[in-house]
Design a protein around this ligand. Structure first.
Ligand SMILES: CC(C)(COP(=O)(O)OP(=O)(O)OC[C@H]1O[C@@H](n2cnc3c(N)ncnc32)[C@H](O)[C@@H]1OP(=O)(O)O)[C@@H](O)C(=O)NCCC(=O)NCCS
Length: 202
């Protein structure tokens, strides 16, 4: 998919304090430390290298860098999307979700609140007594296929593929690939049943 690079105009989602399009520099500066007043942008922290499609809506307090966000997608408050992550078109990403490097989310995916993705199965802070750098570990990937839904509070471990129109239940911990149309719950996540093909507005 191709996105026009957009750095200066962003829609702040209704339900916060504004229902309007606002101009903002990238990245947004923090508030004046003397007054603690919020900037009109609502703390949208969007790096210049983010590729944003058309009609993307942001709530307040988002942190995006080096990623892609597709057309008509909605990003909730306190969402972070890291570099080399991709969110497709017409997705809904609910508040407090973390989308890390190595994650690809296809079109029309629903991501609930406080969903966590993982890209390092054996994380360490240091190597030989020094803080790790990117050279010390390899990013692991996750793919969420078209139309899937991830319930609130779910954790998706690295190296998994969530099939088309699958649904991950709230609080599940997904440790392996999920077939298309499957409903998965629990920790570790297990398939409990399947949607009928054609029953999910696909
Ligand atoms: C997984 C889910 C789709 C199941 O819905 P459902 O088919 O209506 O399930 P039911 O409520 O009939 O429950 C069936 C069984 O699964 C259990 N169950 C339901 N959801 C569960 C979950 N997320 N994790 C673990 N068990 C769950 C129930 O306790 C019940 O167990 P029992 O048969 O032993 O009594 C739903 O509960 C869910 O988690 N949806 C995601 C919601 C969400 O996160 N939305 C985000 C936006 S607000």
């Amino acid at each position: 998919m191709e996105y026009a690079i957009q750095h200066t105009r962003t829609t702040v989602d209704p339900g916060t304090e504004q229902d309007s399009t606002v101009d903002h520099p990238n990245p947004i500066a923090p508030p004046d430390s003397n007054t603690n007043a919020a900037p009109a942008s609502g703390y949208l922290c969007i790096a210049p290298d983010v590729r944003i499609g058309s009609n993307v809506k942001f709530s307040k307090f988002v942190n995006l860098y080096g990623c892609e966000i597709g057309d008509d997608t909605k990003i909730g408050a306190f969402v972070e999307v890291q570099k080399n992550a991709r969110v497709g078109k017409r997705c809904k990403v609910s508040s407090h979700t973390f989308i890390c490097e190595g994650v690809t989310i296809e079109d029309e995916v629903f991501i609930g609140h406080n969903v966590t993705f993982v890209n390092d199965t054996f994380p360490r802070a240091t190597t030989n007594g020094s803080l790790q750098t990117e050279a010390d570990w390899k990013v692991e990937t996750t793919l969420v296929k078209r139309g899937a839904s991830i319930g609130s509070g779910a954790t998706l471990l690295a190296n998994v593929v969530i099939g088309e129109y699958a649904l991950i239940g709230a609080g599940a911990v997904v440790t392996k690939d999920v077939p298309a149309y499957a409903i998965v719950t629990g920790n570790p996540g297990k398939v409990v049943r399947y949607f009928e093909v054609g029953s999910t507005n696909e």
